[in-house]
Design a protein around this ligand. Sequence first.
Ligand SMILES: Cc1cc2nc3c(=O)[nH]c(=O)nc-3n(C[C@H](O)[C@H](O)[C@H](O)COP(=O)(O)OP(=O)(O)OC[C@H]3O[C@@H](n4cnc5c(N)ncnc54)[C@H](O)[C@@H]3O)c2cc1C
Length: 401
Amino acid sequence: MQIIVIGGGASGMMAAITAAKMHQNDHVVLLERQARVGRKLLATGNGRCNLTNLQLQGHHFHGSAPEFAAFALSQFDPLEWFHRHGLLTVAEPSGRVYPLSDSANSVLDVLRFALQQPNLEQQLGCEVTGVKKSGDTFFVKTATQTLTAQRVIVACGGLAGTKLGGGMSGYQILRSFGHRATRLAPALVQINTEDTYVKALKGVRADAAVTLCRGEETLARCEGQVQFTANGVSGPAIFDISRVASTQSGDLTLHLDLLREYSLPVVQELLEQRARQFPQLTGEDLFTGMLHNRLGRTLLRYAKIPVLPLAQTNPAQAAAAAKDFALPVVGTMGMDCAQVTAGGILTGDFNDKTMESRLCSGLFACGEVLDIDGDCGGYNLHWAWASGHLAGMGGSHDSDS
Ligand SMILES: Cc1cc2nc3c(=O)[nH]c(=O)nc-3n(C[C@H](O)[C@H](O)[C@H](O)COP(=O)(O)OP(=O)(O)OC[C@H]3O[C@@H](n4cnc5c(N)ncnc54)[C@H](O)[C@@H]3O)c2cc1C
């Protein structure tokens, strides 16, 4: 059987490697429109590639039917696969797994080696412009040729990370076979806020509990590192709630608790103690030693506390500001800055045990093009590996992959 995999990203490489090892597949062709495979992979995890996570609970995956992912995730252990193919890894206490080399290149190298199989052909710089089926044969059209296959695996990724290969291709190909897509939204992306206070904080990092609210209603909550930018907030804690920020309407506000380990009365007591100890210092030093200096000074501005000697400042007001630094949301950064696409091709029209389309036999899809996205922490690549592996098996278990 001849198989064509469209897209040489994480899921497509895994699908092609797996398909080439299936005994019934004579020839597998991997078509990648960029000059090399795995370009986005090299940018993942800030160049370190957070390839999976040891904490694999279902609540880390999202979409209109996230339970669709459960079977693929249960069938494949990426860590075991990568170890077997020569990658050494380290796990952080959070469960995030990285290559021991700390370089995404190592992950791609291992995949490139595994792609070297006699029945696996790679065509690079080769963009698929359309796919049609007649009888049992698929006709896959590129700028220069039309290839035929009995099976096609669409692994074109999502719209996120446009400069690294994200695009609409996969959605268009699958739509041409009658598949439907949800609205697409950027996820794992910076949240833009009113810049009155954040502007002065550009580059400052803080550990915070972040709550996203619409009026009194809590929409999402996360704890961890927050990084201030010129026009908003970024960092792991923000990424995890950004999918909610980009999909919900109404007036949204981010509430940052910047001293999350300390209750309001404790923070107030600490500040009162500071004022008693150093009454001659000015209010600017109220938070010195507790928060980044720029953040401490910004909180005073935010709480409208005049710069007076500490003996005359209002610790209760300052403590309240540190426990609830509220930033009105004005949007999120766009798809080109997002790490993943929330939404995609509806999974209900696919068989979760095989990744095959229910609308067109022989047509498979995997990875981000489908309406599944994961939290920050290695979950999106985990989904790409697991779904790519399942799609590559093509419903059979007769492999040595
Ligand atoms: C900056 C950044 C950092 C990230 N960091 C992490 C991380 O550390 N951990 C994590 O789990 N996830 C991370 N992600 C998300 C993760 O990289 C993606 O979810 C994952 O790569 C999706 O895999 P995929 O195979 O579905 O798509 P992709 O990896 O995007 O691959 C799709 C491929 O298909 C090709 N293609 C598209 N259309 C066509 C066509 N018509 N013809 C031929 N080829 C085509 C594209 O060029 C691309 O190479 C990050 C994403 C970004 C942008």
